[in-house]
Design a protein around this ligand. Sequence first.
Ligand SMILES: CC(C)(COP(=O)(O)OP(=O)(O)OC[C@H]1O[C@@H](n2cnc3c(N)ncnc32)[C@H](O)[C@@H]1OP(=O)(O)O)[C@@H](O)C(=O)NCCC(=O)NCCS
Length: 414
Amino acid sequence: MSLEVRTLEASDFAGWLRATRLGFHRPATVGDEEIELRRPYTDLARTQGAFDDGRCVATFRSMPRDLTVPGGAVLPASAITHVTVSATHRRRGVASRMMANELAATAERGEPLAILIAAEYPIYGRFGFGPAAGVTEWHVDTARAGLRPPGDDEDGRVELVDPADVLKSGPELHERVRVQVPGSINRNDRWWELFTGKVRMSADEPWKEPIFAFYRDSSGRVDGLAAYTVADEWHGMYPQAPLEIKNLIAATPAAERALWRYLLSIDWVTTVRTGFRAHDDVMPLLLADRRAARVDNSSDFLWLRFVDVPRSLAARTYAAPGTVVLDVLDPYGYAAGRFRLEVSPGGTATAEAAPSAAPDLTLTAADLAALYLGDESAVRLATIGQVTESRPGTAAQVDALFRTSRKPWAIDGF
Ligand SMILES: CC(C)(COP(=O)(O)OP(=O)(O)OC[C@H]1O[C@@H](n2cnc3c(N)ncnc32)[C@H](O)[C@@H]1OP(=O)(O)O)[C@@H](O)C(=O)NCCC(=O)NCCS
C-alpha cells in the first residue's frame, strides 16, 4: 500500500472533513456550513491527512492551546484532535506515522507539551502520553440530596440569562477560572458560539438550547456560570425530570456553592447528571446525604506528553522543597534523559538535564505525565513496579513535592 501522509492544501479540506466524519462513524456528507465554520479555525500547516490514490483515509490535526499547570502558570501545548484512520486502513501504522510527524513538529515549534483526549485507553501510551487529568461524573438523587435553593444567606444571586449574555460575560469569567484549574485550557470565540447555539456545526447533530444561569456576587460581577438542559418527563401526574449539566464553572467558592445548590433544588427535577467533573469535585460534600451522589463514570480523560521536560517541570510549583533526579525513559527521545529538579523553600523550581547524575527514580515519560498535574501518586506507581527507586523513599519524596491540594481538571474536551 502506498499512502501519502502530508499536511493539507486548501483543496483537500472537504475530503479531509469527510474522512474525519467517517473515522468517527458519522455520516460522511459535510455541509457547506460546516466547511465554512471549521476552515478559519483549522491551521492547514498543523493538519495532516493520509491519501490513498487521492482519497483521504486518515486525519490528524493539532491546535495551539495554553495549558494551566499547578501554581497557575500556563504552558503552550499542542492540543491534538481529529485523529482517525478509516476502518479500511487501520492497524497499518498510519496513526503512528502521523503522530511521529506531529511530535517532531511540536518540538520544532517549541511547544513543551502535547495533550489530547483519548477515545480509548490503549491508543496513546505507546506514544509517550500518560493519563494526566481524570474525570468523574455523578448522578444525584435530588430528594436525598436535601439542598435548599440559594437565598438570603448568600451575598450574591443566581439569575437566568440569555445566550447573548453568556457570549458577552462568559469568556472573561472562563479566563479567570481556567488559570485556577490545572489541566484546563483556553477557549476560542468559536467555542462560545457553538456553546450558546449562535452557530451550529452540522444539521445532523441534535441541539437543544441549554438554560443558562449566572452567579453574580454582591457587586454584580459574574463569578459563575451554569448551563443545563431539563427533559420534560412525567410518570402520570408526577414530574420526574432529569437535569443534565452542560457546563458549570465558578471563580469563587461562593459561586460554586450557590450554583450547586441552585441546580440540585429545582422543582420537577428528580435527578441531576453532573457531566465530567474533577475527581475531587466538592459537590458531594455539600449534600445532606452524600450517598445521594452516585458515581456514574470515573475514568482518565486528558492525556499529556512531554516534549520539553525541563521547561515543563520548571513551570509548575511544588508543595515542598527538595531535590530529586529523575531518569525518564522515552523511546521517541523527546523526554528521555536524567533531569535534576530542585525545589526552593518557596515552591518554585529549576529543572535541568543532568546526564551524569545518579538517578533517584526511573520512570517512563508517560508515568511522569501522570504525576505532573497531580493526578497520580509515585508511591502507587512504585507499588505496582511501574517506577523504580534507586534511592529508597524517593517515590514518597516525589509525592511530597508534586502533591496538589486539588486534583487537576480538564474543564473542556477538544
Ligand atoms: C485509533 C486509530 C486512530 C488507530 O489508527 P491505526 O492507524 O490503526 O494505528 P496504528 O496502526 O498506527 O497503531 C499502532 C499501534 O497501536 C495499536 N492500537 C491502535 N489503536 C488501538 C486501539 N484503539 N486499541 C488498542 N490498540 C490500538 C495498534 O494495534 C498498533 O500496535 P502494534 O504496534 O503493537 O501493532 C484508529 O483505529 C481509529 O481511527 N479509531 C477510531 C477513531 C478513534 O478512536 N480515534 C482516536 C480519537 S482520540
